[in-house]
Design a protein around this ligand. Structure first.
Ligand SMILES: Nc1ncnc2c1ncn2[C@@H]1O[C@H](COP(=O)(O)OP(=O)(O)OP(=O)(O)O)[C@@H](O)[C@H]1O
Length: 239
């Protein structure tokens, strides 16, 4: 493990009235202890997971559009608004790693083609692989060594079976290669990774929760066990 603590430099912030400081969890934030090699950020849409992950990427000097330190290319509106206001504590410090943003992965793939780097991703252009295949190529071929990986909804392109493959990759990379992961996700499958820390961004604060407490687990379980009733209620006409 490398990254141990994330602190909001509150003294630098003049007003909490506008983005990103107006996001409830940021307004409330002092510091976050990172206690496990695999940390998940979960919470409703719009609770600030991507904003914080992107700020960490910025602080790591990774390309905030997606990539590592050496991937220099521009995508509109990918700058981090929060990066200058957080402090990261490392033990030890690493500079290797990658920020994955599902929504701008296309631009990253183009950048890799332009620098002739496809050989490092299984020998095929990432554009000539399916969305899910290209994600797995990235995880399998690029991720290794002492490094920190910041992944924003990596499940976006992955079938349930490929999500299990990805869990196996995380397992191997944390045990055999000493990698650290921080992953924003909505996937009940990924969240099931053993011994991970799950940080919830719901209810205006960041707090550690158990897997079985999460909506992802509870709602999915309920839906699968009571699908007909669930859908009947969901589609019921209002009186
Ligand atoms: N560039 C921006 N300018 C202003 N507001 C923004 C900007 N980017 C995000 N927001 C707002 O900040 C809040 C947090 O957004 P963020 O993308 O961090 O949420 P999230 O938890 O990652 O959501 P999701 O699960 O949908 O990906 C949202 O209300 C969003 O509308």
């Amino acid at each position: 493990m490398f990254l141990r603590n994330i602190q909001l430099e509150r003294e630098k912030i003049e007003s909490f009235g506008s983005y990103p400081f107006s996001i409830p969890v940021i307004k409330d934030l002092d510091e976050i202890e990172i206690t496990a090699p695999v940390t998940f950020f979960i919470g409703e849409n719009g609770t600030g997971k991507s904003t914080l992950l992107e700020a960490i990427a910025d602080k790591c000097e990774f390309n905030t559009a997606g990539g590592g330190r050496n991937n220099v290319y521009e995508v509109d509106a990918s700058a981090s608004a929060l990066g200058d206001y957080i402090r990261l504590s490392w033990l030890p410090k690493v500079t290797n790693g990658f920020f994955l943003r599902a929504e701008s992965f296309y631009h990253f793939a183009t950048h890799i083609d332009q620098i002739g780097g496809a050989h490092a991703y299984g020998g095929r252009s990432l554009h000539h692989q399916s969305h899910g295949e290209s994600f797995l190529s990235l995880f399998l071929h690029r991720f290794r060594g002492k490094a920190i990986y910041l992944l924003d909804e990596p499940e976006a392109a992955l079938s349930p079976n490929r999500q299990f493959t990805f869990l196996r990759i995380i397992h191997d990379l944390t045990r055999k290669e000493d990698c650290q992961f921080i992953i924003a996700t909505h996937s009940p499958i990924l969240l099931g990774y053993p011994d991970a820390e799950i940080l919830s961004f719901d209810d205006g604060e960041i707090r550690s929760v158990n897997y079985e407490e999460t909506d992802h687990y509870r709602v999915t379980k309920y839906f699968l066990e009571h699908r007909e009733k669930f859908l009947e209620d969901l589609f019921a006409e209002e009186e």
